[in-house]
Design a protein around this ligand. Structure first.
Ligand code: 13P
Length: 249
């Protein structure tokens, strides 16, 4: 039923020097130049954004940032803003990753402001949502996830973003949600988006993240509401990331 183009995005997290990032980007480009039918993005560390942008210029691989502040300029020592991320060549910005929520005190209000700022700069936010293991065990998954979606979208343009469903217990653990469990959450997210933007929700990409690998990607991506993947560990090697991209075709 879907005519959505899948998106496979690699979140490199706090890994790779500039040289390592450029080497990885160059290897991906060599494998993936000419690929169509799937959108591809990588999110290097901030210091590597510019050199990776140069390495990927003219390739089908887009640049993403891992985080942003919601202000674009001013007295905010240590921050980067959406205008600078647009300036360096980003197309996407990951917003509200669970590591930022859990380790760096990111709030739902902060996520909402970041979504707005990213969109105002003409970039596409990849908004991360997901429940903890305790929340899943309490059967609170949908309430938590849809609450995060509502909070991120409040007052924002819900038709220009990507959602990434990343169960916290699946990130970096080797455990993945079963394709059916992930599909159920994705369908609920799309249902919530439909309530806000109607038919436009059918066009939005909802990615799954959490221990996606070459071996499990195809099963996950074959679900009707799973429109791609946000990949951590397996995006750090050209071979495994490329296999995941191919699994989306
Ligand atoms: P892993 O693929 O390493 O589990 O990480 C997922 C993630 O957090 C992507 O943003």
């Amino acid at each position: 039923m879907t005519s959505r183009t899948p998106l496979i995005a690699g979140n490199w997290k706090l890994h790779n020097t500039i040289a390592q990032s450029v080497t990885l980007a160059t290897a991906l480009r060599a494998e993936l130049d000419g690929t169509s039918g799937v959108e591809i993005a990588v999110a290097p560390v901030a210091t590597a954004l510019h050199p990776v942008a140069s390495a990927l210029e003219g390739s089908p691989i887009a640049l993403a940032a891992q985080n942003t502040h919601w202000e674009s300029r001013g007295a905010f020592t240590g921050e980067l803003g959406p205008a600078l991320l647009a300036d360096v060549g980003c197309r996407y910005v990951i917003v509200g990753h669970s590591e930022r929520r859990q380790l760096f005190g990111e709030t739902e209000e902060g996520v909402r402001k970041k979504v707005r700022a990213v969109q105002a700069a003409g970039l596409v936010p990849i908004v991360c949502v997901g429940e903890t293991l305790a929340q899943r065990e309490e059967d609170a998954t949908l309430g938590i996830v849809l609450g995060q979606v509502d909070a991120a979208l409040a007052g924002n343009d819900a038709s220009r973003l990507v959602i990434a469903y990343e169960p916290v217990w699946a990130i970096g653990t080797g455990k993945t949600a079963s394709p059916a469990d992930a599909q159920a959450v994705h369908a609920a997210i799309r249902g919530r988006l439909s309530a806000v933007i109607g038919e436009l929700a059918q066009r939005l990409q909802i990615l799954y993240g959490g221990s996606v690998k070459a071996e499990n990607a195809r099963d996950l991506l074959s679900q009707p509401d799973i429109d791609g993947a946000l990949v951590g560990g397996a995006s750090l090697e050209a071979k495994s990331f490329t296999s995941i991209v191919r699994a989306a075709l």
